[in-house]
Design a protein around this ligand. Structure first.
Ligand SMILES: NC(=O)c1ccc[n+]([C@@H]2O[C@H](COP(=O)([O-])OP(=O)(O)OC[C@H]3O[C@@H](n4cnc5c(N)ncnc54)[C@H](O)[C@@H]3O)[C@@H](O)[C@H]2O)c1
Ligand SMILES: O=c1ccn([C@@H]2O[C@H](COP(=O)(O)OP(=O)(O)O[C@H]3O[C@H](CO)[C@@H](O)[C@H](O)[C@H]3O)[C@@H](O)[C@H]2O)c(=O)[nH]1
Length: 420
């Protein structure tokens, strides 16, 4: 693939006016107010992009939906463009993006599939063919799938819902594993060996995060409700409920283990990003866990190799869903959360702490000197592993009381059950 002619510019209107194909990948956050607040996708940014395209266009254009959007968005975009068209012909294509953070370039070069949806008219089919030829420069033809517009739009929401559902399924199992003495890593490995199920995306965790899963499922739920399908809406809502349950369960387990209170205690938080190899904190489970611990008056010392103090303070003082809107539309954040200290070293974070919780699976956490950490902590010393990255038996030999998601419980934890 040739990148020589790729360039970046902030002269949006000039380049939109000159282009034949325009990919629109603006943010599509969850609405924070008005009709559908807390569920529906906010298409303000998409609408303003479409109006700008209509304003500056002088020749026929293909407009590509790259953002994740509700089904039937193309119809709305079509209306905005054609009502302002000045005789220009627009073809709208849905070409959802499936890349994951941390592997974006690899996913771009070697996608599992490229999906292109368009109108079932000669013009629509011609537009699909034009976009297909762009991808055919580096993607094998059998991986380029062409569908109608609504299938392409819905497939993106469906793919994210299925992926998140797998995590909620394994996380629901993790609770049952803890109750019964089964080990969730053994269960998921055995289940994933079935080729119909497959081994990927079955890691139990403190909960899924990231800018997409929750937003897109809420959007799906809203679409189901609007189409008179409450049972289907409730089915998908459950994926988010289990995710919230998993985060709460983790906090409850921590507090219950430490004599039912963390008030005034120093707790080290290792990892704040929503997954490793990114500094992205959007919808990270760390926000809910930290807020839960702060609710019990803990003092937090947070270390993440890629997330800044400013970002963490902002995340902990922001309201749900505000993060996905421009900064100038976000409410002013309060002075910062006083009981939170952000440090640049795991050993400093854990010094004099009563407990350590691991909330992101950074590789460096696997090779920490846990003997050194133990020696510098208050006793009894606890490790709560929300990502199953530590060797819990080794840590127990050092002297830690260890909780790992979905693994057989330490006798200590059994004696101190978490009751919400
Ligand atoms: N982040 C991901 O990994 C990922 C993967 C697949 C799909 N998506 C989808 O892609 C879309 C964008 O996600 P993101 O994470 O890149 O969001 P983002 O908020 O990081 O980026 C969106 C950008 O669009 C700009 N923008 C908003 N309105 C504009 C306008 N009218 N004209 C020009 N620019 C405008 C914003 O300033 C911002 O820089 C979302 O719909 C998301 O669901 C994201
Ligand atoms: O077995 C697993 C796999 C993932 N996660 C968590 O799930 C979240 C999301 O992970 P991932 O899907 O790898 O990252 P994203 O960058 O959010 O990518 C998802 O969201 C994108 C935006 O829509 C899609 O394009 C991608 O295909 C889809 O994987 C993270 O918190 C992970 O820690 C688990 O807890 N267990």
């Amino acid at each position: 693939m040739q990148w020589k002619e790729t360039f970046f510019s902030t002269e949006v209107e000039k380049h939109v006016s000159e282009a034949d194909i325009i990919f629109v990948s603006v943010n599509t956050p969850t609405k924070t107010r008005g009709l559908g607040a807390g569920k529906a996708a906010d298409l303000t940014y998409w609408e303003s992009a479409a109006r700008m395209i209509a304003d500056v266009s002088k020749n026929d254009k293909i407009v590509v939906e790259k953002s994740t959007v509700p089904v039937k968005t193309a119809e709305a975009i079509e209306k905005i463009l054609t009502h302002n068209s000045k005789g220009i012909n627009y073809q709208i294509l849905s070409n959802p993006e499936f890349l994951a953070e941390g592997t974006a370039i690899q996913d771009l070069f070697h996608p599992d599939r490229v999906l292109i949806g368009g109108r079932d008219t000669p013009e629509g089919q011609k537009a699909i063919q034009t976009l297909k030829e762009v991808y055919a420069h580096w993607v094998p033809e059998d991986r380029i799938i062409c569908t109608n517009l609504w299938s392409a739009e819905l497939s993106k929401l469906a793919a994210n819902a299925f992926l998140a559902q797998r995590i909620s399924s394994v996380n629901a199992m993790s609770a049952l594993c803890e109750a019964t003495g089964a080990d969730v890593t053994q269960v998921s490995s055995a289940v994933g060996k079935d080729t119909r199920i497959g081994p990927k995306f079955l890691n139990a965790s403190v909960g899924f995060g990231g800018s997409c899963f929750q937003k897109d499922i809420l959007n799906l739920v809203y679409i189901c409700e609007c189409n008179g399908l409450p049972e289907v809406a409730n089915y998908w809502k459950q994926v988010i409920k289990v995710n919230d349950y998993q985060k709460n369960r983790f906090v409850n387990r921590m507090v219950a283990s430490m004599f039912n209170t963390v008030s005034g205690k120093k707790i080290a938080v290792l990892g704040f990003a929503f997954k490793k190899d990114t500094g992205d904190t959007r919808e990270t489970p760390a926000i809910d866990v930290c807020k839960g611990l702060l609710g019990d008056n803990a003092h937090l010392s947070i270390y993440d190799p890629q997330v800044t103090q400013e970002q963490i303070q902002r995340d902990l003082s922001m309201k749900k869903f505000d993060w996905d809107h421009p900064t100038d539309l976000q409410p002013m954040s309060p002075a910062g959360v006083k009981q939170v200290n952000v440090v640049w070293d795991a050993y400093e974070a854990t010094k004099d702490a009563h407990g350590v919780c691991i909330l992101t699976e950074w590789d460096e956490f696997k090779s920490l000197d846990f003997k050194r950490i133990y020696d510098n902590m208050q006793k009894p010393a606890f490790v709560f592993d929300g990502r199953n990255v530590v060797d819990e038996e080794k840590l127990r030999e050092i002297g830690f009381i260890v909780y790992s998601i979905g693994k057989p419980l330490d006798a200590w934890l059994k004696d101190m059950p978490a009751v919400a």
